[in-house]
Design a protein around this ligand. Sequence first.
Ligand SMILES: Nc1ncnc2c1ncn2[C@@H]1O[C@H](COP(=O)(O)OP(=O)(O)OP(=O)(O)O)[C@@H](O)[C@H]1O
Ligand SMILES: [Mg+2]
Length: 455
Amino acid sequence: MTELNKVGQFATAMLNAATLDDLLWSIAENIGKTLGFDDCVIYLNVNKVLIQKAAYGIKNPNDRELLNSIMIKVGQGIVGAVAQSKVAEVIPNTALDTRYINDEFSGKSEITVPIIFENNTIGIIDSESANLDNYDSHDVELLQIIANIAAPRIASALYRSTLQKTQLQLEKTNGKLETSLYELKKNQEILIHSEKMASIGLLAAGVAHEINNPLSFSISNLTVFKDYYDHIKEMHEKLISHAEMPLELKNQLLSEDYSHTITDIANIVEETNEGLLRIKNIVSDLCGYIRKEDRNFSNFDINDGIKTAINVLKGEINNDCHLELNLENLPSIQGNKSKIHQVFVNIILNALQATDKNGLIKVKTYRNNNHACIDITDNGSGIENKNLQNIFTPFFTTKPVNKGTGLGLFICHRIITEEHTGRIQVSSNDNETTFRIMLPFINANYEEKSLTLQH
Ligand SMILES: Nc1ncnc2c1ncn2[C@@H]1O[C@H](COP(=O)(O)OP(=O)(O)OP(=O)(O)O)[C@@H](O)[C@H]1O
Ligand SMILES: [Mg+2]
């Protein structure tokens, strides 16, 4: 094979190499085969350290396997010296060269050629032989031509590989940024949602507070009124039974209209009193619901919690929807009262939003071993099968923009499962949707949180 043929064969082999790795292995192999060398190692210069990347011969027992890849600093040994001087060298007898670094594959003679691109040593081609004086100046010339042809190819492959790495890095960073952005958005929305809940509560508490005073004097006036009424009734009875009462007056007092008025007043007073007491309960619930965000775990009654939630939602419940309560007496549970209230409000509100005319919402509490169970069932629109697995995912909503944020159930899930070691399940078919909440009577988080609060 002529010299020209050798160079041509080498250049063609390089053209077929797709990646930096392909290129370096193809250079090593073609040098070994076309120049008849027993051994050839290609180094790359990575931040002034020469790293063996590909080999032919003794250092390459199997396909692309590099035995004991070593690293040499620029300036060290023969390879490092050539990288620094950028001048190829032939060492006829390595034993006589103090720079020679012995390794397990030590040769008796060596040829080392720099791969230079834009005046920088980007790599080294090195060959060692088991024979003394195996290389001559002609080999140096040919190997340097090959190194010069390879240099721009290696440089561009290096550039491409760095670019790919940077791109990968960028994609990773981008992914991380997207995740952070999503987390940020989620947390922001959670905050807005909690703020929304808190401000609804605050508003309600403000109204409740305003109602409190007139309510108190209305109840007290009604009590006085009732006393007066009892007194008037007594007088009325006395007058009727008075022997000297003129007949005309007596008949008037006994007339149906008059006695009806007297008994009706009693009913009116009774009903008004009942109504006022109901308002009083609602007002006191509202004030309790909002009492600053309470981070404490305490013992509380689930059924009271349900009633409070219903009172808070009174404004949302209209005549189209009927509420049916079936509350079993239960031992108190341990938990964060205001957060559990928030869960009930969210789920009952969802049920109200899902029903229209002839809506029926059933709330049932019962005991199941160590858990208090709360089933909230509605006969509303139902949840499509494909949506069931998504309803606890943040931002999942089927409601129009500005109507739902899709955070209600996500927050409920977190409160029940993470903060109260409970469970929340949902089932839905064409007729009914049921949310089941299970809360342990003895909560593992209770003591933990109480302990934390003592610090
Ligand atoms: N009782 C129910 N009946 C039918 N669909 C329901 C019911 N409860 C929840 N969903 C579905 O689950 C979705 C998610 O509910 P979630 O409470 O998390 O968010 P949202 O009600 O849409 O918005 P918000 O953040 O204001 O509560 C709802 O959009 C709705 O599609
Ligand atoms: Mg909701």
